[in-house]
Ligand binder design. Sequence first.
Ligand code: CUA
Length: 167
Amino acid sequence: MNVDLYEKIWMYGVAVMLALFFGSTAMAAIGRNIHPPSHVETIDPKTALADPRFAKQGVTRGLDGKVDASVVGMMFVWLPAEATIPADTPVTFRLTSMDVVHGYQIVRTNGQVMVVPGYVSQFTVSLPVGEYLVACNEYCGIGHHTMAGKLHVVPKEQWTPFPEVAK
Ligand code: CUA
């Protein structure tokens, strides 16, 4: 079969590009452990604050020793607006929204997720000591730019659970 020179160049070009794209995806997934969120859990947004999973917003340590942060987003606040987590410890953030889509972003870290009404979003991060700005990164209405919070990351030994449990 005769394949024109230019045809060949394009064929090899496409093959190289495909190899690069699939290769970089595989490297990110396997080498750097980066995955799309795969957690599907539903919740009734109207009663989210009464739901046992979100009735107490804040940071707790479970019986298994794992640290969980539960956060509720609504126009235009995060509950809790400020949270304190232990440093260098995997903390699993569980979030939901009571109204529209928000985006929970711990600025300058890879801790961020879309917060969608009707669903529980989840991600786990481990952060060094510091003060982090939490921003909403999905346009959610007139007060979107004011929807900010703070995350205090303190040395493990200084951290205590329930530092800011809502009443
Ligand atoms: Cu919430 Cu933008």
